[in-house]
Design a protein around this ligand. Structure first.
Ligand code: CDP
Ligand code: MG
Length: 733
């Protein structure tokens, strides 16, 4: 059965694709599209060229210095074939030529800004160069990443390059997962983790060098880190001890970024030197879709098979916004790949996204077997953070998921992940992935017009995300966000809304001072709302139950698969877990049931049991790990993690209610729910246990925005609860 090809505008009349395509879509259209596209292609390539030759202050570090050092073949002289190959690969990276010059610059300057195209070797090599040069003395080298997956994946890679396993010389630290030891010298960590470390070590004294990587992403935590590093450096690099010795533990900062917004970082750090490492970008031919595509997953599917049947060998990288789309596309590709003629090349699908464990993500790096085309489905993790070798074709859906705080409609202090259009800069990065090893092709599943309308770069997170957790962390450091020397300052409204949430949680008092409860909340690696619930559970005597629920809510995937096509079957299968008060206690029942099964049954039975009940077992595994860590924190702050209310639901609901007090709604006379704070009418999500039930008051985990505003993770709460919150808060404060 022939695939209905997606209508991509075409710029090369000689390509196979063109011939095939025109036979489906008609000549005239393509000849027109062709001419236009040619002009545009030049524009894009020139665009990329400008990108490459943009002479920045500090100039290219790659031209003057010859091959870094050949003695750099790794820690061992007797190398196995594979290790040797890895060392050869290292030496062949664009950055290798600039090694000596780069180290010299870092030695001379307190702050260095390093720009380089994705895949040139910044993240994996620079920390190793610094280590080998002795610049870090006895301190550690921190490399920060906005994304958990990047931090763990790159740490694994660098450990291999250093002929060791992760957790020794090279380690990582991400929320709920840390692998490092006293031997660790290079530590990859999320920007969130290093900001947390500030609380126990306000000058980051363990680190001699902090590399702020992927700075162009401008995540909230990266911005906070950049601001704090400036102050810390002043403290640590001060005039020294007065006895002729320099500062005892000076700090060096390296800011690394893939795009050209280096001046802003440089200016912020008193005109720090900007270095540029030239990458090897081969030409990438860009195809736009002739029409806008409503269903980007379907369009990606068609385009993939168009490439697979018409185009020469080469792996395909498809950018999708999130896990659900990845999983659905993977299924569709598998179905169609099985129907391909016997003699056509095979298809191997890999995927890469945050919630997937390392070993699965890592499969994307293995070369495909002979006569097989590898197809990698990834989120924007593969845009600049992680470079997968072998890519010749990129399919860009033009979508990503972005954190957004919807304070106006009452976000309750939580960020929502919204699928939205990418920026021009992302589109360029995505297409660039096709041209790393040779000429490549990028299929944009959107029109040229849509591309032109995209904004150039995205707004820094600090201007659009909830500040609740960050302000709480800063309060623990004795800092006020308003007084921090930030690259961009958030507006008063979002600061105000975060302060209000913190006050509602009892984390600050009416003078905005941190309360004891607030300090305890900050000790938990949780959203303040969840930490608040855990702390409230002490009073209600149900810490064990609240920890179970919060662990599931903090996992990276949902516990219940949302299979909307089979909603009745799903409801039937899950009936026995269902709790009359709603979703939170339903989660608790489910964990308890799973625990019983897990105690007596083997792995396969357990897996089958989860499948039968449409449960994500990965979430249950993750939640178990998370709970173990929360138990440690509980003990540290004087909470008994085993304190249990047995089968009594009310205390559990009340504890959770303390955390979700801003996420509450009351039933109106017309049977709709209206937010207690805010004016929005919310509907109960169809996947909720509470969907058909009307109760006077509800709390919810989050709002999702489709054509309506839906509350997800909904439980009933006694209306009287709200009058006790205030008294409770005062008693605790
Ligand atoms: O940071 P930047 O984008 O400049 O490059 P990098 O992440 O240091 O990647 C350098 C090289 O290491 C790329 O060619 C990657 O393909 C390769 N790499 C790999 O082969 N396997 C990994 N697990 C990670 C990186
Ligand atoms: Mg990198």
């Amino acid at each position: 059965k022939t695939m209905p090809w997606v209508d991509v505008s075409d710029d090369d009349s000689k390509s196979n694709l063109k011939r095939k395509n025109s036979s489906v879509n008609g000549h005239r259209h393509h000849e027109q599209g062709g001419r236009k596209a040619k002009k545009r292609r030049h524009m894009m390539q020139n665009g990329d060229d400008t990108h490459e030759h943009h002479g920045l202050a500090g100039g290219s570090i790659s031209s003057s210095v010859q091959n870094g050092s050949s003695s750099n073949a790794g820690p061992s002289n007797i190398l196995t074939g594979k290790a040797k190959a890895i060392q050869l690969q290292r030496r062949d990276l664009p950055i290798a030529k600039g090694q000596d010059a780069l180290i010299e610059e870092i030695r001379k300057n307190d702050v260095t800004v390093l720009l380089g195209e994705t895949g040139s070797g910044k993240t994996t090599q620079v920390p190793q160069y610094i280590l080998e040069s002795g610049l870090a003395r006895n301190g550690m080298i921190a490399v920060t990443q906005p994304r958990k997956v990047a931090a763990t994946s790159l740490a694994h890679r660098v450990a291999v390059e250093q002929s060791t396993t992760v957790g020794n010389l090279v380690g990582y630290a991400v929320r709920f997962d840390e692998k490092s030891s006293h031997q660790t010298r290079i530590k990859y960590l999320t920007d969130g983790m290093i900001v947390r470390e500030l609380m126990s070590d306000p000058t980051l004294s363990k680190y001699s060098i902090v590399i702020v990587d992927e700075a162009h992403e401008r995540t909230l935590r990266t911005d906070l880190l950049i601001a704090n590093l400036k102050t810390i450096q002043k403290q640590r690099n001060g005039p020294g001890d007065g006895k002729g010795k320099g500062p005892t533990n000076p700090l060096k900062i390296v800011v690394m970024s893939a795009t050209l917004d280096a001046e802003k970082f440089s200016k912020f750090y008193n005109n720090a030197k900007i270095l540029y490492v030239r990458g090897r970008q081969h030409p990438v031919k860009i195809y736009y879709s002739a029409q806008s595509q409503q269903d980007y997953v379907d369009a990606a599917l068609r385009t993939f098979f168009q490439i697979h049947t018409d185009q020469p060998p080469g792996d395909v990288l498809i950018f999708l916004p999130g896990q659900e789309d990845i999983e659905s596309l993977q299924k569709s590709i598998e179905i169609y790949a099985n129907q391909l003629p016997k003699d056509s090349p095979m298809v191997q699908i890999c995927s890469m996204f945050a919630a997937q464990e390392h070993s699965q993500n890592n499969k994307a790096f293995s070369p495909a077997p002979p006569n097989t085309r590898k197809c990698i489905l990834a989120t924007n993790i593969a845009e600049t953070s992680i470079t997968i070798p072998g890519i010749k074709y990129v399919i860009d859906t033009g979508k990503c998921k972005e954190k957004q705080y919807l304070s106006k409609i009452g976000g309750g202090g939580f960020d929502t992940l919204l699928t939205r259009d990418i920026t021009k800069s992302s589109a360029m990065q995505r297409s660039g992935r096709a041209g790393r090893e040779g000429a490549g092709v990028c299929f944009r599943l959107y029109t040229e017009e849509a591309f032109n309308k995209m904004s150039l770069t995205s707004e820094p997170e600090i201007l659009r995300c909830s500040l609740t957790a960050s302000i709480l962390n800063l309060k623990c450091l004795g800092q006020n966000l308003e007084q921090l020397d930030l690259m961009d300052k958030p507006d008063e409204e979002s600061i105000g809304s975060a302060l209000k949430t913190l006050w509602l949680l009892g984390a600050i008092d009416k003078d905005q001072k941190l309360t004891e409860a607030g300090r305890q909340m900050a000790a938990f690696p949780l959203e303040p709302q969840h930490a608040c619930a855990v702390i409230a559970s002490k009073e209600y005597g149900c810490t064990a139950e609240v920890l179970d629920i919060v662990s599931v809510l903090s996992a990276s995937s949902k516990l219940f698969f949302d299979v909307s096509e089979q909603r009745d079957a799903v409801a039937e299968a899950r009936r026995k877990f269902r709790h009359a008060t709603g979703d939170h206690l339903t989660i608790l029942n489910t964990i308890k049931a799973y625990r019983d099964i897990a105690a007596s049954e083997n792995k396969n039975t357990r897996r089958e049991w989860c499948r039968k009940h449409f449960l994500n077992e990965r979430t249950l595994f993750e939640a178990k790990d998370i709970k173990e860590q929360l138990v440690v924190t509980c003990k540290r702050v004087g909470l008994d993690p085993t304190l249990s209310a047995g089968d009594n639901a009310d205390p559990v609901l009340r504890s959770i209610g303390h955390g979700l007090v801003a996420n509450s709604a009351f039933l109106q006379p017309d049977q709709t729910y209206k937010q207690v704070l805010g004016q929005t009418i919310v509907k109960v999500h169809p996947g909720s246990a509470m969907v058909d039930k009307k109760v006077p008051a509800i709390i919810y985990d989050e709002l999702v925005y489709t054509n309506q505003v839906y509350a997800r993770g909904v439980s009933e709460i006694p209306k009287s609860f709200f009058t006790t919150v205030e008294a409770f808060k005062q008693r605790r404060a």
